[in-house]
Design a protein around this ligand. Structure first.
Ligand code: AMP
Length: 280
């Protein structure tokens, strides 16, 4: 695996491959890699000639400095895992060089960024859009891969690509879970054992919502799911809400044509976990 730090060096290298008609598949990450990330690598390997992973803990998408400081960093293990899985290129930029030639852009995500992570983490999606746009500029991928675990992020990236008129194919990959249902996340390693043991409750609440959808009123589903989660010691729900997957507007019982999805963000101690599940 080739490891490249400087953005221009990456562009030059990948441009040479493109001239040889090699397609590029890209998946951005913040490291502390797990099987969920590797599923994106495998999807990239299947669809393209050259797999490119980036690891960059992007400061502009963290609205909480403590969260940024505590974000897990396991670079040596990440490199070993990517090598083992046959990733072709790893891009490891630093913030100064990545942001050095940033061009201003003005995007409007409308309702897609209003609720959920957009409301709980002000500025988060602006930071995500900024970094993904820069990464796309340097990588110039033919295909890009994102996980549906970050459902709202997927919708934001899709909107960004449309607004900027970028020519690349987006792939959204299913959420990989631990055997007890907990969505894999880099943040899971920060859960101490009692919190980790309770963590499957988030997926249980999502499957409860799925099973009750159509038979209970939405506000009742949300209230019961929330109290299921908050019965666990040191668990606090930030939001548990049903929305229309296409608009990410909160759902009400009259919306018969919506594509319902339940979105959840939960504090397990000071570790914030997110998850979601389509209701149909
Ligand atoms: P992160 O390193 O958390 O920024 O995630 C990098 C990419 O991996 C994003 O597209 C995530 O949606 C995706 N991802 C994270 N967790 C999972 C998972 N459990 N299953 C599938 N994809 C995931």
């Amino acid at each position: 695996m080739l490891i490249i730090h400087h953005p221009d060096e990456l562009s030059d290298y990948l441009l040479r491959l493109k001239i040889q008609q090699k397609s590029i598949g890209f998946f951005p990450t913040m490291g502390a890699l797990h099987a969920g990330h590797i599923s994106l690598l495998h999807a990239a390997q299947k669809a393209t000639d050259t797999s490119v992973c980036s690891i960059f803990v992007n400061p502009t998408q963290f609205n909480n400095p403590d969260d940024l400081a505590k974000y897990p960093r396991t670079l040596e293990a990440d490199i070993a895992l990517l090598e083992k899985e046959g990733c072709d290129v790893l891009f490891l930029p630093n913030a100064e060089e990545l942001y050095a030639n940033e061009k201003p852009m003005s995007l409007d995500f409308g309702g897609l960024a209003t609720y959920f992570e957009g409301a709980s983490r002000p500025g988060h999606f602006d930071g995500v859009a900024r970094v993904v746009r820069l990464l796309f500029d340097y990588v110039n991928p033919d295909h890009a891969f994102f996980g549906l675990k970050d459902f709202q992020q997927c919708m934001i990236i899709r909107s960004m690509i449309e607004q900027l008129g970028l020519n690349l194919k987006l792939h959204f990959e299913p959420t990989l879970r631990e055997s007890d249902g907990l969505a894999m996340s880099s943040r899971n390693i920060r859960l101490e054992s009692a919190l980790r043991n309770s963590a499957p409750v988030i997926y249980k609440a999502l499957t409860f919502a799925q099973a009750s959808f159509g038979s209970l009123p939405i506000h009742e589903i949300e209230a019961q799911a929330k109290s299921m989660i908050e019965r666990e010691p040191n668990y606090k729900v930030d939001y548990f809400q049903l929305a229309d997957a296409r608009t990410l507007e909160p759902l009400n019982d009259e919306d018969k044509n919506a594509e319902p999805v339940a979105l959840a963000a939960v504090f397990a101690g000071d570790v914030r976990l997110i998850d979601n599940l389509l209701m149909k």
